[in-house]
Write a protein that binds this ligand. Structure first.
Ligand code: GDP
Length: 299
């Protein structure tokens, strides 16, 4: 399967949930209040969220007025343009190498899998990858990560269960510098039920990174699970208290109808979705492309 069709295939349920309803609406004959009410209902029901729905409707009405659009079918192209602009408004500049990627997220969202897939992607692009197993709370976390590292051909730095995560990060950065590898991927714990401790731990890790990284670029990724829809948005807000999130890795886009949440995340929180998980396999991580997303939703 080609790259394009992988994302397209992953979005098939989202497409079924939104595209069909929109097309039905665009087949109507008048642009009246009922049209806008129905459009609002469709957008709200597709996990885009209230804030972005409201903004899209406002901008859409403005564009319709300005361009003297009279027919519902012509609204389709305007909506497509506005969705695309929303998604493209906050791009992540391509970071230089060497690079440290700090990866955070709640347990179960697919963080370990995402790190494994990322390591694999980078290795395949001839980048040398080091992984830091800084979720020392669960022994299984480092074990699972070791399996992914082996499969991806990456080095892994780990300590014993219960060790100080910041110490793992310290050692990993030293090793990363000494070995001159290209990318350091740092896994972290995700026990959100112990939110205060978790945030303190993340702050400590970012302090170590800041101190030890020197002029090496650092990108902070938050991993979110697309199947949780609007809940994913509240997780961004929680993690933003502790660290600056530069980009989102949105997992499990396959098999969910809630893919509309991409628009909610980018539009409401002004942070780009950079990678998307499209399956459980090591190859199932794609760079998010806004045009493919919009084409799937409005077709
Ligand atoms: P963690 O607790 O955040 O590290 O989560 P894991 O990486 O262990 O993943 C939790 C579950 O989600 C596993 O069963 C993964 O196979 C599954 N998973 C992760 N990413 C994806 C994805 O993109 N698509 C699908 N379908 N499943 C995924």
């Amino acid at each position: 399967m080609g790259i394009f069709s992988k994302i397209k295939a992953a979005l098939s349920k989202t497409k079924d949930a939104i595209s069909f309803k929109l097309n039905k609406l665009f087949k109507g004959s008048v642009l009246d209040d009922d049209f806008y009410d129905e459009l609002e209902m469709i957008l709200l029901s597709s996990d885009i969220g209230a804030t972005v729905t409201e903004q899209l409707l406002k901008d859409l009405k403005k564009a319709i007025d300005k361009k003297h659009i009279r027919k519902p079918e012509d609204v389709k192209e305007e909506l497509r343009i506005l969705m695309q602009a929303t998604l493209d408004a906050h791009p992540l500049p391509r970071p230089p190498m060497p690079l440290i990627m700090l990866v955070v997220g709640v347990n179960g969202v697919g963080k370990t899998t995402a790190i494994g897939k990322l390591a694999n992607r980078l290795s395949k692009a001839n980048r040398r990858v080091t992984i830091a197993a800084a979720d020392t709370f669960r022994a299984a976390a480092a074990d699972q990560l070791t399996i992914w590292a082996d499969r991806a051909g990456a080095r892994i730095i780990k300590h014993a269960e219960g060790a100080d995560p910041a110490a793992v990060v310290y050692d990993a950065i030293a090793s990363f510098k000494a070995q001159k590898t290209d990318v350091l991927l740092i896994d972290t714990a995700g026990r959100l039920h112990n939110k205060k401790n978790l945030m303190e731990e993340l702050k400590k890790i970012t302090r170590i990174i800041e101190r030890e990284a020197g002029d090496i670029a650092v990108v902070n990724f938050l991993v979110l699970d697309a199947t949780t829809g609007q809940n994913a948005i509240s997780q961004v807000e929680v993690f933003n208290e502790a660290i600056d999130i530069d980009g989102i890795i949105l997992t499990k886009l396959d098999g969910t109808a809630k893919g509309g949440v991409v628009l909610g995340i980018v539009g409401e929180l002004e942070v780009p979705v950079v990678y998307v998980g499209v399956g459980e396999g090591i190859e199932d991580l794609e760079i998010f492309k806004s045009n493919e997303f919009v084409e799937a939703i409005i077709s």
